[in-house]
Design a protein around this ligand. Structure first.
Ligand code: HEM
Length: 163
């Protein structure tokens, strides 16, 4: 896999996902704002479906690259890295990141599938609103934690250098 464009040890795909999360979070909160304050529900729906598809494509490509090429060789220069599995700070931060990312993935799928099935077309509030608001916020908080823990992992593995 080619090196990334950020000048760190990250690969191209790792850098793409790292930067993409800086765009995903503002769009996500803007989308929630359009539902909460603007009440532009069809626009909120379109933004969320677009985000969902973009994230699914990016995460699938990322997963494929990780399975095929791995990332460990890129972290070897990190002072937080030790050879072996689950025995250093880099692996610990990855475990925290995965503990956020995996539940968040399933919450997103459930929120989108239930919203598309249950809200009327064009999208508008109904009896599903209460549940959607609660799980929608869970999904948003989960994505925020996934992004922040991902950035921490990125720094520990691909940026930090021995002094
Ligand atoms: C993962 C995707 C989604 C997330 C994270 C999300 C998040 C949210 C959140 C947090 C709210 C509540 C805002 C508030 O505090 O008032 C909300 C409201 C709403 N969302 Fe979503 N949403 C998602 C997908 C969708 C989809 C696909 C639809 C339509 C099919 C939709 C339709 C609505 C509607 C109609 C409301 C207004 C509910 C009400 O206040 O009665 N959402 N969404």
């Amino acid at each position: 896999m080619p090196d990334g464009f950020l000048g760190t040890r990250g690969s191209l795909m790792i850098d793409v996902v790292f930067v993409a999360m800086f765009l995903v979070l503002p769009v996500l909160y803007w989308s929630i704002y359009t539902a909460r304050v603007g009440r532009h529900y069809p626009f909120h729906k379109r933004l969320q479906l677009t985000l969902g598809i973009v994230l699914l494509v990016a995460v699938s490509a990322f997963e494929l690259e990780m399975r095929l090429f791995g990332w460990q060789h890129r972290a070897e220069l990190s002072p937080y890295w030790r050879a072996g599995r689950w025995n250093d700070v880099v692996d610990g931060s990855l475990a925290v990141h995965l503990a956020c990312a995996i539940p968040t993935f399933f919450i997103w799928v459930a929120v989108i599938v239930r919203a598309v099935r249950t809200f009327p077309r064009p999208a508008a509030p109904n009896t599903h609103s209460g549940s959607h608001r609660m799980w929608g916020w869970m999904a948003a908080i989960g994505m925020t934690l996934t992004a922040t823990t991902g950035w921490v992992f990125y720094w520990l593995a691909f940026v930090a250098s021995p002094i």
